[in-house]
Design a protein around this ligand. Structure first.
Ligand code: MRU
Length: 338
């Protein structure tokens, strides 16, 4: 199994996703600051993987701290939690994982300091293990929705690389493949940062899963030709009413799917659901470096002075989503996540 985030006993080891698919290189992180940099620069990306990495970031902060008692350790952890929380605003798994780590620190603040440190590493590992288990459960629930000989279109990378392993949308696709139901995966290349072509295609090629890469602008035509049976994507944050933030371009794919009467599914763990917001209007959308749009893979393809709008995510309204696949089962409209 592809493991993009792992603990080696003293460091967090990340598979550097900025170097894929050209080379497989690990990036060890020995401090929470290095974890924060890795999240910001997309060395580790994808909502669940960001959450798992941040949890280990807090565990690393506890090991970096010279505090001799629980209360002062928590003061040091708060600085790390703030720094890690400032890396990327949209994926709620980041804040969910940080809050979970904070609670463990507070609950164990009277424990011997080294035991507290060990418990934080243990909690981060539990978050990682639970994520893989959730993805496998999600895969099983999602595969039941997939017809035989299915041609499935996906956008971005919601695979093993975006999680602790197995994947959410790609977990559903993997499970369908394991059950002999999959004919083909249409992989949107996913401009501007190409998570589809660089990462999803890499995962599919590595495991011999039949796939075909398309430029984003080809998705409409492939649907019009009747060559897509369903769409499944991941999510970065799901509001209580089911509105879903995911990689920029997902909304467009959902509109196309509805026009062509193709089921559009979202696969995500409960750690991606944010019941504190009623609708997607409250989701903060990250805007990234204009250079991502002015060029491709570091090569400039637009005037250096052209103004750019580069939102990393968009919000698909709940009414375009036929079902939300979670580890607890399949939810259908009207969504009421409380
Ligand atoms: O900017 P990224 O690569 O972190 O965006 C990732 C996505 O939008 C994924 O689809 C989402 O996080 C779900 S990952 C299981």
């Amino acid at each position: 199994m592809i493991s993009p985030v792992r603990w080696d006993g003293c460091c967090l080891v990340l598979l550097d996703q900025t170097r894929l698919p050209i080379e497989e290189v690990d990036k060890p992180c020995a401090s929470w600051q290095e974890v924060a940099d890795a999240i910001r620069s997309l060395v580790v990306r994808g909502a669940p993987a960001i959450g798992v990495a941040a949890a280990f970031g807090v565990a690393l902060a506890a090991r970096q701290s010279r505090a001799v008692d629980g209360e002062s350790l928590i003061t040091d952890l708060e600085e790390a939690i703030k720094g890690l929380g400032a890396t990327r605003p949209t994926a709620v798994n980041l804040f969910w994982a940080l809050e979970r780590m904070r609670r463990v620190a507070i609950a164990n603040r009277r424990a011997p300091i080294d035991e507290l440190r060990a418990r934080l590493v243990g909690e981060a590992q539990t978050i990682l293990d639970e994520d893989v288990a959730a993805n496998r459960a999600m895969g099983a629930h999602g595969a039941a929705l997939v017809p035989d000989h299915a041609r499935i279109l996906t956008h971005c990378n919601a695979g093993a690389l975006a999680t602790a392993g197995y994947g959410t949308a790609l977990g559903v696709i993997r499970a369908a493949h394991e059950r002999g139901k999959l004919a083909l995966v249409w992989v949107d290349e996913t401009r501007p940062v190409l998570q589809g072509s660089r990462l999803t295609a890499w995962e599919m090629a590595r495991e011999g899963i039949p796939h075909r890469l398309i430029s984003d602008v080809a998705a409409a035509s492939v649907m019009q030709r009747g060559e897509v049976d369903l769409v499944v994507t991941g999510a970065d944050r799901i509001a209580a009413n089911g509105d879903t933030a995911n990689k920029i371009g997902t909304y467009g794919v959902a509109v196309l799917a509805r026009h062509h009467r193709i089921p559009f599914y979202v696969a995500a763990p409960f750690s991606t659901i944010d019941p504190s917001i009623e609708t997607g209007a409250a989701i903060v959308i990250e805007e990234r470096d204009p250079a991502e749009v002015r060029g491709v893979a570091g090569r400039q393809t637009a005037p250096a002075t052209s103004p750019v709008f580069n939102p990393a995510f968009d919000v698909t309204p709940a009414e375009l989503i036929d079902a939300i696949i979670t580890e607890r089962g399949v939810y259908r409209s009207p969504y009421r996540f409380r």
